[in-house]
Design a protein around this ligand. Structure first.
Ligand code: ZN
Ligand code: ZN
Ligand code: ZN
Length: 393
């Protein structure tokens, strides 16, 4: 039985048949904007307390998350339905010469592999195990707003009295090239307002905690008595008062507010954060050949099918049937993960043929094997016969 490996966006997930998403789920994926039919978001830009970054305070995520994306009005383009016909993919194999050259190169680059077996081995068989990689790229845009505060020095305030503030999805921006990660921060016009500084409640200053606002603290030299211990004279440090000037606030009893610099007011506005992300899900067909399939992540293949559109549909009738299910699953996975809180701008799906050949050879009376894979003719040779001790570590 074949096994499938789904390489998700953030983690690698193995799934068996029981975890495959049903066809009905995948078909639901064909209506991606059902969640976004409400049009551009009109969520209020809630005013939330957020310190300015230069104060070094927490600037974590205080935004309104998951703004619903707008209904999409872009027309759908033509889909590529031209699934390649069954070719002689399964029998394509590298030549013995190429296999030997790949192994020689591989051992030459490894300090602890001796080159002799690679040069003088007797190749017994070359078994093609070529496989397929399905890759789905989903390019999304997410919009969130955050409340930003800054010092206010007077002057014009672009408030909602000037004009209504635009909804997040109504703001026009230049998007980056397709399938490119990018982030942009834009102040939202007409969201500015002047409010009391929350750190000092608008007073511009805060009471000194060391002296509780009095500006004086008990004299430590005389413990507040005002008299010297050893003589009947008044304390030299506090002149007999028993109190000294508070060193923390220099006797003022209060501190100027560090957030508003004593103004008592801050200028607030909404900032729109737009995130474009290229999400990738992959599916590789494994044929239980003994070759660790994760090595294929670093190998290039030959692209045999490509389809790009606003949304793509699951592959059907690919000669290797698990590709159909893998594509269905990847599309459904992205739909579930991404459609509810971001706007899917574009999708692209590709199928690559990844060359993989198992080479069996004899060296000094014993049989060994190695694998040559990818367009680059990379090598995996776990049981290579001439490794020195350091390779055991
Ligand atoms: Zn303040
Ligand atoms: Zn004293
Ligand atoms: Zn003080």
């Amino acid at each position: 039985m074949e096994q499938e490996l789904l390489i998700g966006n953030e983690s690698h997930v193995n799934y068996g048949t029981e975890h495959l998403l049903s066809l009905s789920v995948a078909q639901d994926a064909l209506a991606p904007y059902s969640l976004s039919s409400g049009g551009p978001s009109t969520l209020p830009l809630e005013l939330m307390d957020r310190p300015t970054e230069d104060e070094g305070e927490d600037t974590g995520n205080h935004g309104n998350e998951g703004l619903p994306p707008p209904a999409d009005q872009l027309p759908q383009g033509e889909h590529n339905d031209s699934i390649p016909l069954q070719m002689d993919w399964s029998s394509l194999s590298i030549s013995e010469h190429v296999a030997r050259e790949a192994l020689v190169q591989y051992t030459a680059n490894k300090c602890c592999y001796r080159i002799a077996p690679a040069k003088h081995m007797v190749v017994q068989s070359l078994t093609p195990l070529n496989t397929f990689r399905y890759r789905l790229q989903t390019f999304t845009e997410t919009r969130e707003t955050f409340l930003i505060s800054e010092l206010y020095d007077g002057g014009f305030v672009d408030s909602s009295d000037v004009a209504p503030a635009p909804a997040p999805w109504a703001m026009l921006v230049d998007a980056p090239p397709l399938f490119t990660d990018c982030e942009m921060h834009i102040p939202v016009p007409h969201t500015y307002s002047v409010q009391d500084c929350p750190n000092c409640q608008g007073h511009g200053k805060n009471r000194c905690h060391s002296c509780n606002g009095s500006g004086k603290r008990r004299c430590t030299a005389c413990s507040g008595t005002g008299w010297q211990d050893t003589s009947n004279q008044s304390c030299l440090f506090c002149s007999g008062s028993g109190k000294r000037r508070c060193s923390n606030c220099h006797g003022y009893g209060w501190w100027q507010c560090i957030r508003c610099y004593g103004k008592g007011l801050l200028l607030y506005h909404s900032e729109l954060t737009i995130t474009w992300k290229n999400n990738i899900a992959e599916y590789v067909v494994e044929k239980n050949s003994g070759f660790p399939i994760y090595h294929l992540q670093e190998a290039a293949g030959k692209e045999i099918f490509s389809d790009e559109n606003q949304v793509v549909y699951p592959i059907v009738n690919f000669p290797e049937p698990t590709i159909d299910r893998g594509s269905e699953s990847c599309i459904a996975q992205h739909q579930m993960q991404l459609a509810s809180n971001s706007h899917i701008l574009r999708q692209k799906q590709t199928i690559e043929l990844i060359p993989l050949t198992k080479v069996e050879y004899e060296w000094r009376g014993k049989v060994y094997s190695f694998y040559v894979f990818g367009n680059e003719n990379k090598v995996y040779a776990e049981d290579y016969p001439a490794k020195c001790c350091c390779s055991v570590m």
